[in-house]
Design a binder for this molecule. Structure first.
Ligand code: NOJ
Length: 539
C-alpha cells in the first residue's frame, strides 16, 4: 500500500501522544509508599481519557537504585517493589484494551555492578562474562567527558578483585557493557525479544551514542558500530511489525540524524534535544529566532522516522548544546539560583516553576511544543502543572509522586498519614487531578482538549514545516501534508503581537482549532501576550 492516509496507521509513532512515567511514583495501591504496577493498571483509564496513545515506562527492572533504576541487575523481570511479572502483563493487557501502546526503557549501555554478569566478570580475566565488560590494565588517562561531574571523577574505576580498571560512562556502579562482543549483542537481542513477547511495542533506548561507542572500540571487529542498531532494528521488527525504537541521542542535528540510518533502518524516533534547547533560549529572550534557526537547520529525515518533541523529561533540562553565554541567559531567566542548576549544564525545575506559575505562559509553551513538527511527549504530572521539590537531591527533584487529590500523600499512596513515601512530595500539593477535573478551565482539561486536537492534526506529525516569521516575539509556522494545512501562531512575548496570517489559492477561512475566533486568509491579527492560535484553512 502506498496511500498516504493508509500508511498513517502503520507508522503509528508519526502521530502519537507519548506519556512517560515511573511506576514507582505513579500510584501506590498496597500502602507501602511506593507506586506499583497494579496502581498503574488502575490509572490506565485516566491516561486513555487524557488522550495518551503510547506509554513510556521508565525502568521497572530490579535495581540497587544508584541511578533511579537505570542501573539494572536483572533484565528479565520487574522489581518486586513494583509487583510481579504477572502484574506487568495485566497492565499491558489493560493498556492494549484501551488502545494504548507501551514502550519501556532498554538500558543496555551498562548494567548494575550487582548484575550477575558483572559479579562473575570481576572475579578475574578468565572468569565467565569477563569480556562482557570493558577492562584495562594500565591506569587510564584522566577522563574528558564526565556525565556526572562533581559526582564522578573518572570514567574508569579500579576493581580490586579483577586487578583491572573497568569503564563506566555513568556512575561507577554502572559498568559499561562491551557491545563489540557478539555474545553481548546476543544478550541484547534476547532482552529485546523477551519484552516484545510479553506485549510491549518497542523501546526507548538509553544513551544511544554511548552504546555504540564500545561497538566501535579499539578491540571491535565490527567495522561499523551502527550495525548494532541496524541488526537490532531488523530483528525486533521481524518479531513485531509495529515495534518502535525511540532513541536518546543528545547530539547536534548533523550527528544525530546518522542514528536514523539509511532509509530509517536504525532508530525510528529520536528526542529532539536541539529544538528543545532552542525553545528555552527563545522563551528566555522572548524572541523566536533560536526556534526558527533550529527549525530551518532540521535536516530532512527518512519519511518513516520521527522526532519526539518535549517540554521536560525526567532528567535535568539539559542546555548543554547552547553556548556558555546562551546557557547563562536561560539560567538567569528560569533557574538563577545555584540549587536550581545541575552539572553546570541544566536545570532541575519543572516548567510551571520556571514560568513563575503563569498559566498563560505555561499553556503557550505546551501549545508550541504540541504544534512543532514531530510527536509530542509528556512527562507525568505535566498535564496538571506539577512542580519539583528542590529539597530532593539532583535529578530526582522532578520525579516526585503523582498528585491525584488534595488529601493525604496527595492521593498517591494509601500509606498511613505520616508514613514515609518512596520520595517526598513538593510542599505545595494544591495542584492535583481531582480538583482540576472539576474545573473546566484547569490545565488538565485544557491539555485534554489540546491533545484531542493534536491527534486530529496529522499535518503536524507528518507534514512539511514552513516558518513564516523569523524574528520578534511571534512565531508563525505552517505544516502541510496530503493537501491539508495547519497554521500555528505563538506569541512568546508579554506584550500583544501583530501577525499577518498566510493566504493561499482557494482558502476562504482559517478555522480556529483551539478557540472560536476564525480568521481570514491574509488577515492581520493581534495575539494577546503569550497568546497562541492553531488554524486550519478551509476552502
Ligand atoms: C539516560 C537517562 O535518561 C538517565 O536518567 C540515566 O542516568 C542515564 N541514561 C544512564 O542510564
Amino acid at each position: 500500500m502506498t496511500g498516504k492516509r493508509t500508511a498513517t496507521s502503520d507508522l503509528w509513532w508519526k502521530n502519537a501522544v507519548i506519556y512517560c512515567l515511573d511506576v514507582q511514583t505513579f500510584f501506590d495501591t498496597n500502602g507501602d509508599g511506593c507506586g506499583d504496577l497494579v496502581g498503574l493498571t488502575e490509572r490506565i483509564d485516566y491516561l486513555a481519557g487524557l488522550g495518551v496513545t503510547c506509554l513510556w515506562l521508565m525502568p521497572c527492572y530490579p535495581s540497587p537504585e544508584r541511578d533511579d533504576g537505570y542501573d539494572i541487575s536483572d533484565f528479565f523481570t520487574v522489581d518486586e517493589k513494583l509487583g510481579t511479572l504477572g502484574d506487568f502483563a495485566e497492565m499491558l493487557r489493560t493498556a492494549q484494551d484501551r488502545g494504548m501502546r507501551v514502550i519501556i526503557d532498554l538500558v543496555v549501555n551498562h548494567t548494575s555492578h550487582q548484575h550477575r554478569w558483572f559479579r562473575s566478570a570481576r572475579k578475574g580475566r578468565d572468569a565467565p562474562f569477563h569480556d562482557y565488560y570493558v577492562w584495562q590494565d594500565e591506569k587510564p588517562e584522566a577522563s574528558e567527558q564526565l556525565v556526572f561531574p562533581g559526582e564522578e571523577v573518572s570514567n574508569w574505576a579500579w576493581d580490586e578483585d579483577a586487578g583491572q580498571w573497568y569503564f563506566h560512562r555513568f556512575y561507577s556502579e554502572q559498568p559499561d557493557l562491551n557491545t563489540a562482543n557478539p555474545a553481548v549483542r546476543d544478550e541484547i537481542a534476547k532482552i529485546g525479544g523477551f519484552w516484545l513477547a510479553l506485549g510491549v511495542t518497542g523501546y526507548r533506548i538509553d544513551a544511544v551514542p554511548f552504546l555504540l561507542e564500545e561497538a566501535a572500540g579499539p578491540e571491535s571487529e565490527h567495522k561499523d558500530p551502527h550495525n548494532l542498531l541496524r541488526e537490532l532494528s531488523r530483528y525486533l521488527s521481524r518479531r513485531r511489525g509495529d515495534a518502535v525504537l525511540l532513541g536518546e541521542v543528545n547530539l547536534p542535528y548533523e550527528q544525530a540524524t546518522e542514528f536514523f540510518g539509511t532509509n530509517g533502518d536504525e532508530l525510528n524516533m529520536m528526542f529532539n534535544f536541539p529544538l528543545n534547547q532552542a525553545m528555552y533560549l527563545a522563551l528566555a529572550r522572548k524572541d523566536v529566532a533560536p526556534i526558527v534557526k533550529a527549525l530551518k537547520s532540521m535536516p530532512e529525515i527518512p519519511a518513516e522516522c520521527q522526532w519526539a518533541n518535549f517540554v521536560r523529561n525526567h532528567d535535568e533540562l539539559s542546555l548543554d548544546k547552547l553556548s556558555d553565554s546562551e546557557r547563562a541567559e536561560v539560567f538567569e531567566a528560569f533557574g538563577p539560583e545555584e540549587d536550581m542548576q545541575l552539572y553546570g549544564r541544566g536545570l532541575r525545575r519543572r516548567l510551571p516553576s520556571m514560568m513563575d506559575g503563569d498559566q498563560a505562559r505555561i499553556r503557550l509553551v505546551y501549545s508550541l511544543m504540541f504544534s512543532l513538527p514531530g510527536t509530542p511527549t509528556l512527562f507525568y504530572g505535566e498535564e496538571i502543572g506539577m512542580v519539583e521539590n528542590l529539597e530532593i537531591e539532583g535529578r530526582l527533584a522532578c520525579r516526585t509522586p503523582m498528585q491525584w487529590t488534595a488529601g493525604t500523600h496527595a492521593g498517591f499512596s494509601s500509606a498511613p498519614d505520616g508514613a514515609r513515601l518512596c520520595r517526598p512530595l513538593p510542599e505545595d500539593q494544591s495542584v492535583n487531578v481531582t480538583d482540576q477535573r472539576r474545573d473546566p478551565d484547569s490545565l488538565l482539561n485544557w491539555m485534554e482538549r489540546v491533545i484531542r486536537r493534536r491527534k486530529e492534526c496529522p499535518e503536524l506529525g507528518w507534514g512539511t514545516v514552513t516558518v513564516l516569521t523569523d524574528k520578534g516575539a511571534a512565531l508563525v509556522h505552517r505544516c502541510d501534508w496530503d493537501g491539508a494545512t495547519v497554521v500555528a501562531a505563538h506569541n512568546l512575548g508579554d506584550k500583544p503581537a501583530k501577525i499577518t496570517l498566510p493566504k493561499d489559492d482557494g482558502w476562504t477561512v482559517l478555522e480556529d482549532l483551539l478557540g472560536t475566533q476564525d480568521a481570514k486568509p491574509g488577515e492581520q491579527i493581534t495575539l494577546e501576550p503569550y497568546g497562541y492560535r492553531w488554524l486550519r484553512p478551509r476552502s
